[in-house]
Write a protein that binds this ligand. Structure first.
Ligand SMILES: Nc1ncnc2c1ncn2[C@@H]1O[C@H](COP(=O)(O)OP(=O)(O)OP(=O)(O)O)[C@@H](O)[C@H]1O
Ligand SMILES: [Mg+2]
Length: 303
């Protein structure tokens, strides 16, 4: 599989007073899962809709291998998208829903059965869409997106409504698709899930880019918000000493101290200088939720 690179350059969407997306630029690479993150109202859905030619940009471009979505000859074979569950015909069965899309797009009818099996919906194939649960609707949306066997998959909050087993299933599916060389761009608010899923991150707030890069780099760039865990039988005295050196110390049970504002080597040196006996000294990496909140702090989501 080749191609599938998404380039967003200077993308802007102005709605009357509100600049929903503001001069946004980022790249999405094939063979990787890119997590698209931002507070509510940050402009994620608007960006994805511009990428799919559903919203006209005020300025800038979003292209796939240099082409705008509207200029793609056979869009379903290039890009599959799941924007929100249930723009479906309520009285139709799941399988018929997919067959209608196949017919309209000139895809072989049997493809509907294949993608239904891919998302584990075969047992419910003939049931009417209106009787589908939220998670089943999400799965049907993913099935529809996969009909054209696209190189690029764009998913807006795909984990909505999925149970833990469903979330794991989705993670495995998306990782498998990326491993085949496809481009996977996925927005989500489930940061612990994103931490397991994404290779790269694009973080926006108030329509603007905050950070982009490999997950590990984004996490490491915030290394200084990590805390140091230290355990000592002289907790009280050591806490006082560290506080005097400018650290913030939160004591816990059993002689445990959580120290921020000093790194582990500095805490170790302080212990040596103060002749403090240490039973534990580790750096706790911040999780993605902490990094995200730190990066987007004060950049109000809802405008
Ligand atoms: N058609 C529209 N007309 C006016 N304002 C709009 C329109 N579509 C979106 N907006 C506004 O643009 C901003 C960005 O919305 P968008 O849906 O892109 O955010 P989001 O990042 O997807 O948020 P969420 O995490 O809640 O899904 C919001 O303030 C929203 O109200
Ligand atoms: Mg949205």
């Amino acid at each position: 599989m080749s191609g599938g690179r998404i380039v967003v350059a200077g993308l802007t969407k102005q709605y009357k007073e509100l600049r929903a997306v503001d001069n946004l630029s980022f790249n999405v690479e094939p063979g990787r899962i890119t997590g698209f993150l931002g507070p509510n109202g940050a402009g994620k859905t608007t960006t994805l809709r511009m990428l799919l030619g559903l919203v006209k940009p005020t300025a800038g471009t979003a292209t796939l291998d240099g082409q705008r979505y509207a200029d793609l000859k056979d869009p379903l074979r290039h890009v599959g998208a799941v924007l929100e569950a249930s723009s479906a015909h309520k009285g139709r069965s799941g399988i018929n829903q997919l067959r209608v899309i196949c017919a309209a797009a000139g895809l072989p009818r049997g493809r509907a059965d294949e993608v239904l099996a891919l998302v584990g919906l075969t047992p419910a194939a003939k049931r009417k869409f209106k009787g589908y649960s939220l998670g089943m609707r999400q799965r049907l949306g993913i099935a529809a997106a996969m009909l054209g066997d696209p190189r690029v998959l764009i998913l807006d909050e795909p984990a909505n409504g999925l149970d833990p087993e469903g979330i794991r299933w989705m993670r495995d599916l998306l990782k498998g698709l990326a491993a085949e060389g496809r481009t996977v761009l996925v927005s989500s608010h489930l940061l612990s899930e994103m931490e397991l899923l994404a290779d790269d991150l694009v973080i926006i707030a108030a329509g603007k880019l905050i950070r982009q890069g490999p997950l590990a780099e984004v996490m490491d760039s915030m290394g200084d918000i990590g805390t140091v865990r230290v355990r000592t039988p002289q907790a009280e005295a050591f806490a006082k000493q560290l506080t005097e050196q400018g650290a913030t110390v939160t004591p816990a049970e059993g002689g445990l101290l959580r120290v921020s504002g000093l790194d582990a080597p500095a805490v170790g040196r302080a212990a040596l200088a103060g002749q403090v006996e240490l039973h534990e000294l580790t750096t706790e990496r911040p999780d993605l939720e902490r990094v995200f909140l730190e990066l987007t702090a004060g950049k109000a989501g809802i405008r």
